[in-house]
Design a protein around this ligand. Structure first.
Ligand code: C2O
Ligand code: CU
Length: 459
């Protein structure tokens, strides 16, 4: 185990400590996108001007029961147009929140009525899908939790939204959203690490307590490498979808941008000590979240948790009848791309870069006119994604969950976002069950803005 030290920012000594749930719950039917200030840095620094949903960062926690309707009117009080995407929800296409594909962006002063049902229980999130490199970096995201009719037997349910943020010395969000280096390299990485908008989040727990931790990576581009100390854990769901069997967590695990991991953890650290969610960096392990063990529950350590109740069966794609559709990812720094199609015209790399584009899927930068996948409802789809770039990419498909087709032909757990390392080829497969036009893009948001997006049409 590497040493644990508390994060410091600009040598600040003060640690901001918070106990208990960080989100307020309100029954209101409006989601107002508006500017607000919140203390992100230690208190000797100024509060940070943010863009928020309903005044808090992260935005209001939406909690509903599986199968219920979410009815929310987005009111845009921002100086920019915006739209809300409900990440991971197998939603009606018209409610998917993608400007230019499923709706017009909501102008400043305008409104849009989102109204949809939530077919699957699990951990989801909502975020701006307009100028998302900027708008998510400014704080426009929140958790969307769909509860099982019968939840698992846990003492507490805790949402942990991981992020990094790039702040200036005066606590402002650094406004270099079009930074060329970010666009062409690993994306916009922050200089402070946050959980639920705080640099040093902590909870008081008791030994033998059983917690459900819902991890959501809301960062623009950071791949979090995580571990646990003093907590005995099982993974029970990925990207909202329950695993058939809980899997014991053994060592470090990774959560790419936009991915979610649901853990059930038992506090095994001694009373009077601390347990940790650890964030590993090159220079060691840091406390992402601290659990102060303030006492002991009488209950003996419990048996391994049961699986979460399954969501509606999505079936499996019949691989024999699904011809793999290639998706070749090219471009970026050290990628050797010489040019690509853009807006129906072939451009050399130099011209692409001048228009802010640096990446391509199958030789096209930005959203192509024709969809990558054009299928009828019920058809099996297999996409073979080859990463010919020097960076990893977190590929997200809207409106559907998919399974990875492993080398031995078996299919992995359901996901909506898959991390593909450099020089890797990964295949995903699913049955196209949800009609509409669906985005498929890299969730490293600067990459998306700089070309990494395509789409699928299901008729
Ligand atoms: Cu998290 Cu295109 O979305
Ligand atoms: Cu990418």
């Amino acid at each position: 185990m590497t040493t644990l030290t508390r994060r410091t920012f600009l040598q600040a000594a003060a640690a901001v400590c918070a106990a208990g749930p960080a989100f307020a719950k309100s029954p209101g039917t409006v989601l107002k996108a508006a500017a607000a200030e919140q203390q992100v840095l230690p208190t000797e620094y100024p509060a940070t001007p943010l863009w928020t949903f309903n005044g808090t960062f992260p935005g209001e926690a939406l909690r509903i029961k599986q199968g219920d309707r979410v009815i929310r009117q987005l009111e845009n009080a921002l100086p920019q147009s915006t739209a809300i995407h409900w990440h991971g929800i197998r939603i009606d296409n018209a409610m998917d929140g993608v400007p230019g594909l499923t709706q017009a962006a909501v102008e400043p002063g305008g409104a849009f009525n989102y109204d949809f049902v939530t077919p699957d229980a699990g951990t989801y999130w909502y975020h701006s899908h307009n100028r998302s490199t900027e708008q998510i970096a400014r704080g426009l995201y929140g958790p969307l939790i769909v509860e099982e009719a019968e939840g698992p037997d846990v003492d507490r349910d805790i949402v942990l939204m991981l992020d990094d943020m790039r702040l200036t010395q005066t606590g402002e969000i650094s406004d270099d959203f079009d930074n060329m280096h970010d666009k062409s390299h690993a994306g916009r990485l922050g200089n402070i690490i946050l959980t639920n908008g705080r640099m040093d989040l902590s909870y008081e727990v008791r030994r033998n307590e059983r917690l459900r931790l819902r991890l959501i990576n809301a960062s623009n581009a950071r791949i979090f490498q995580l571990g646990l100390q003093g907590l005995n854990a099982w993974t029970v769901a990925l990207d909202g979808m329950p695993l058939g069997q809980p899997e014991p967590v053994d060592g470090a695990f990774v959560i790419a941008p936009a991915q979610r991991v649901d853990l059930i953890v038992d506090v095994v650290a001694e009373a009077g000590s601390e347990a940790f969610l650890i964030h590993f960096e090159r220079d060691g392990g840091f406390a992402q979240v601290t659990f102060d063990v303030v006492g002991q529950d009488a209950s003996q350590p419990r048996a391994a948790p049961s699986p979460l109740p399954p969501n509606p069966d999505l079936g499996r794609a019949d691989l024999a009848s699904a011809t793999p559709i290639p998706l070749v990812m090219e471009g970026g720094a050290m990628g050797g791309m010489r040019g690509a199609m853009m807006d129906g015209r072939r451009m050399a790399m130099r011209e692409l870069v001048q228009s802010g584009q640096m990446w391509a899927f199958n030789g096209t930068a930005g959203l192509p006119e024709a969809p990558l996948v054009d299928v009828f409802k019920g058809e099996p789809v297999r996409i073979s994604m080859r990463n010919d770039t020097a960076f990893p990419h977190a590929m997200h498909l809207h409106g559907h969950h998919f399974r990875e087709v492993r080398a031995d032909g078996t299919q992995g757990p359901l996901r909506d976002t898959i991390l593909i390392d450099r020089n890797e080829t990964r295949d995903i497969a699913f049955v196209a069950h949800n009609p509409g036009d669906w985005l498929l893009h890299c969730h490293m948001l600067s990459h998306q803005a700089a070309g990494m997006k395509t789409w699928m049409r299901v008729q």
